[in-house]
Ligand binder design. Structure first.
Ligand SMILES: N[C@@H](CCC(=O)N[C@@H](CS)C(=O)NCC(=O)O)C(=O)O
Length: 211
């Protein structure tokens, strides 16, 4: 049994961590969680993640939830993979900003655009400000990526932001197809680890659906 186990539904937000694990090149096990069968709300899974959501990751006795937190944890726990930027390095500021910008700005902006509220809340009340502001900041960030968000080094921040973009623009079609987005995503899609993760997800989806 590997030290790392990912609780995964294919495809879903746990696919972010699947990609991260493929980049990490450490052995890991997968435990599929079927939403259709209600497995995410079964007591045995709620004991792992009381939110009833995937992803969750077990590393030995440690349980971590929240996709971006898991990616940060893995990058720090396996520094030999070169996916983190250590404390003290000035690039760490941008690294952390993008890791948090994914779940706190990109994702809620996309979801609010897909499921609009009855009344638009005041801009100041929304952590992400406005959909347009998020798109512009994201476009500026990935447009300047050379080739990655913090420079030459690919990091966990690229996994989180790249996943948000791939999901938001290509799969969910809520983000505009700006050239900055397509350029960055094209580079990411060339990464063997992402190709492997996408392929594995197809297989996991079949297993999950019993086909
Ligand atoms: N904030 C969580 C969100 C996780 C999440 O919403 N996962 C969805 C799959 S994409 C889920 O488990 N949905 C099942 C449900 O809520 O019943 C994260 O970023 O990890």
């Amino acid at each position: 049994m590997a030290q790392l186990t990912l609780f995964h539904a294919a495809p879903s937000r746990s696919s972010i961590v699947l990609w991260m694990l493929e980049e990490l090149r450490q052995p890991y096990d997968i435990q599929l969680v079927s939403f259709k069968k209600g497995e995410n709300l079964a007591p045995s899974y709620l004991a792992v993640n009381p939110m009833g959501k995937v992803p969750a990751l077990k590393h030995g006795d440690v349980v971590i939830t929240e996709a971006a937190a898991i990616c940060t944890y893995l990058a720090d726990s396996f520094p030999q993979a070169g996916l983190t930027i250590p404390v003290g390095d000035p690039r760490r500021g941008a690294y952390l900003k993008w890791l948090f910008f994914g779940p706190s700005c990109v994702e809620p902006a996309i979801m609010d655009s897909a499921f609009p509220r009855k009344e638009t809340p005041p801009r100041a009340a929304l952590g992400y400000g406005s959909f347009d502001a998020v798109v512009d900041v994201l476009a500026k960030g990935v447009g300047a990526a050379d080739p990655y968000l913090t420079g030459k080094q690919f990091t966990a921040a690229d996994v989180v932001i790249g996943s948000g973009l791939r999901w938001g623009m290509m799969l969910f079609k809520r983000l505009p197809e700006r050239p900055e987005f397509t350029g960055y995503l094209t580079r990411l899609l060339e990464r063997p680890a992402l190709k492997r993760a996408i392929e594995k997800d197809r297989e996991y989806q079949k297993q999950q659906e019993g086909t």
